[in-house]
Write a protein that binds this ligand. Structure first.
Ligand code: 5GP
Length: 238
């Protein structure tokens, strides 16, 4: 499958058309951004690591009955996937309090939440991805019906039910993560984007070490080593 015209360029990926109208190719970039694009850098090989990690996790989710846009990994940097209309809601799933939850509500960092929290953020960089409630989503026409919001929450919980124990088994706490969804040409809601240390927080169960993009956000260094470690654990190499 060949790349055709550039369809869209985001902060972490470029998306290209193909000869098949229902399929596109994502190229995973090495660029790193944080704080709504205010902090920028790059790490050679980061895109390939995220492509490989996402590939394994999409395969795992598909095996567990969760519909995703994944078709196949083409090479280190490229993934073939279904073309969708992206729903402009970032679905945030949290098992442990940290990040904006701690900042916004004063909940103690590292507190295990009494139940899994699912939140919606507006996918809009100009507005700084503000929090949304269901009524905001309907007023903004980000979805057509309340049922679709219920479905996003249900699917996000299903993803967490698969990934949380999976990561525990390889020595990582899945602290929180961001999911995106889209509608395919038949109108089905499917999981899209990527699932990687760029949009998940992983804390090593033994050491508490951060194994995700917080290494960049917080200037801790060692980002690539951490991403490689996540991939190696997924591949059963450690
Ligand atoms: P927080 O709201 O605490 O900043 O982020 C919660 C989780 O969602 C973290 O795992 C974070 O990586 C992810 N997340 C939230 N917003 C974004 C975003 O705009 N881009 C990416 N890559 N991840 C995000």
């Amino acid at each position: 499958m060949q790349k055709r015209e550039l369809l869209y360029e985001g902060k972490a990926k470029r998306v290209f058309l193909t000869d098949d109208k229902d399929l596109v190719i994502s190229e995973f970039k090495d660029d790193l951004t944080a704080f709504n694009g205010e902090k920028r850098s790059s790490a050679v090989g980061k895109g390939a690591l995220n492509n490989k990690i996402s590939t394994e996790l999409f395969k795992l989710l598909e095996k567990n009955g969760i519909k995703t846009h994944f078709v196949k990994m083409l090479d280190d940097k490229h993934m073939l996937h279904t073309r969708v209309d992206v729903i402009l809601i970032e679905v945030i799933v949290r098992n442990i309090a940290t990040g904006s939850l701690t900042r916004n509500l004063g909940i103690e960092d590292g507190r295990v939440l009494p139940f899994t929290l699912v939140e919606f953020d507006y996918k809009d960089d100009d507005l700084g991805d503000p929090k949304l409630n269901d009524q905001h989503c309907l007023i903004l026409e980000l979805v057509e019906h309340q049922d679709e919001l219920d479905k996003l929450r249900r699917m996000a919980r299903q993803v967490n039910d698969v990934l949380k124990p999976y990561f525990e088994n390889i020595g990582l706490n899945l602290v929180d993560f961001k999911l995106e969804f889209g509608k395919d040409s038949q109108g089905n809601i499917i999981l899209v984007d990527e699932i990687s240390p760029d949009n998940c927080r992983f804390w090593d169960i033994k050491s508490g070490e951060k194994m995700d993009k917080d290494r960049f956000r917080q200037g801790l260094g060692g980002l690539k080593v951490a991403y490689e470690e996540v991939l190696n654990r997924i591949l059963g190499k450690v």
